[in-house]
Design a protein around this ligand. Sequence first.
Ligand SMILES: *[C@@H]1O[C@H](CO)[C@@H](O)[C@H](O)[C@H]1NC(C)=O
Ligand SMILES: *[C@@H]1O[C@H](CO)[C@@H](O)[C@H](O)[C@H]1NC(C)=O
Ligand SMILES: *[C@@H]1O[C@H](CO)[C@@H](O)[C@H](O)[C@H]1NC(C)=O
Ligand SMILES: *[C@@H]1O[C@H](CO)[C@@H](O)[C@H](O)[C@H]1NC(C)=O
Ligand SMILES: *[C@@H]1O[C@H](CO)[C@@H](O)[C@H](O)[C@H]1NC(C)=O
Ligand SMILES: *[C@@H]1O[C@H](CO)[C@@H](O)[C@H](O)[C@H]1NC(C)=O
Ligand SMILES: *[C@@H]1O[C@H](CO)[C@@H](O)[C@H](O)[C@H]1NC(C)=O
Length: 231
Amino acid sequence: MSYTSLCFSLFFVIFSVVSSRYFSANDNFAVPYQYLKLVLQWQPSVCSVPRVNCPVPPSPNFTIHGLWPSNYSDRYSQPSYCTKEQFNLSQLPRNLQQDMYAYWPDVIRNQSEKFWEHEWAQHGTCSVMTQKYYFNFTVTTTKDQKYNLLSFLEEEGISPNNSRTVDTRLVKAAIEKHIKKHPGLRCVPKKGQGGQYQLNEVVLCFNETKVLIDCVDSYDSNCRGPILFSE
Ligand SMILES: *[C@@H]1O[C@H](CO)[C@@H](O)[C@H](O)[C@H]1NC(C)=O
Ligand SMILES: *[C@@H]1O[C@H](CO)[C@@H](O)[C@H](O)[C@H]1NC(C)=O
Ligand SMILES: *[C@@H]1O[C@H](CO)[C@@H](O)[C@H](O)[C@H]1NC(C)=O
Ligand SMILES: *[C@@H]1O[C@H](CO)[C@@H](O)[C@H](O)[C@H]1NC(C)=O
Ligand SMILES: *[C@@H]1O[C@H](CO)[C@@H](O)[C@H](O)[C@H]1NC(C)=O
Ligand SMILES: *[C@@H]1O[C@H](CO)[C@@H](O)[C@H](O)[C@H]1NC(C)=O
Ligand SMILES: *[C@@H]1O[C@H](CO)[C@@H](O)[C@H](O)[C@H]1NC(C)=O
């Protein structure tokens, strides 16, 4: 074998080892997470937890909190701050930016660009997606009528109401009826209501190939028994 062909063969051996490590369809060690959580927040609830005063009145709808690469070991297991890649809004297409203001606003501080920068740094950098893909996937999925959570709850007779609680299981069942998978739920205490919990966020879970999967029920945080779906 000539020197050149030896180099050539060596190159291919190394290339195939490296590429099978990073690109083979069934390897799990190329991504630093096991599944993705799309966390959608109910704005009236976000704005009525103790010590929060939203600068802009909340819209009665679910908007994005974030897309969080996650692991199954426990409910808080999330790889974070994986790379130093800086968030850069100006490199995202204009129509995507507009959608981000509509579907991913910072309701607590009205500083959406900072909110996205934080979500990208903590979670996005672990997603193994480009910024364009990460923000577009999150917004596109949220806009998709097959995940219109508010309409599903209303169709099942669950409407925002500050004077009537609803059982957690009914909330889950209402969403599950439409998406055919278990959603995750996150609840927080409501300001001025003696520790009464309210539905704060709904989580949709996706596997590595972005297919909707069941969320792990036991990870539901603070949602048990009667909860408020705040007006
Ligand atoms: C999460 O799981 C992935 C894939 O199994 C692993 O590489 C990573 O180290 C885990 N990270 C955390 C924070 O548990
Ligand atoms: C963001 O991208 C623009 C346009 O490519 C560039 O001029 C700017 O320096 C970048 N900012 C950061 C923080 O990387
Ligand atoms: C919210 O932020 C937007 C954009 O920065 C600004 O135009 C608006 O005045 C702010 N509203 C409030 C109530 O602070
Ligand atoms: C965003 O994702 C949708 C659905 O996958 C796709 O049709 C669209 O081209 C993407 N847009 C951008 C800017 O990547
Ligand atoms: C609520 O948000 C969804 C997208 O997540 C949107 O399709 C729907 O029109 C919104 N509903 C209302 C009443 O604004
Ligand atoms: C809230 O529930 C109470 C008690 O069932 C009912 O009387 C009231 O009309 C409801 N309010 C709204 C806004 O649906
Ligand atoms: C994601 O789920 C789909 C449907 O269950 C399955 O076909 C696919 O192999 C899954 N992908 C991964 C990486 O687990």
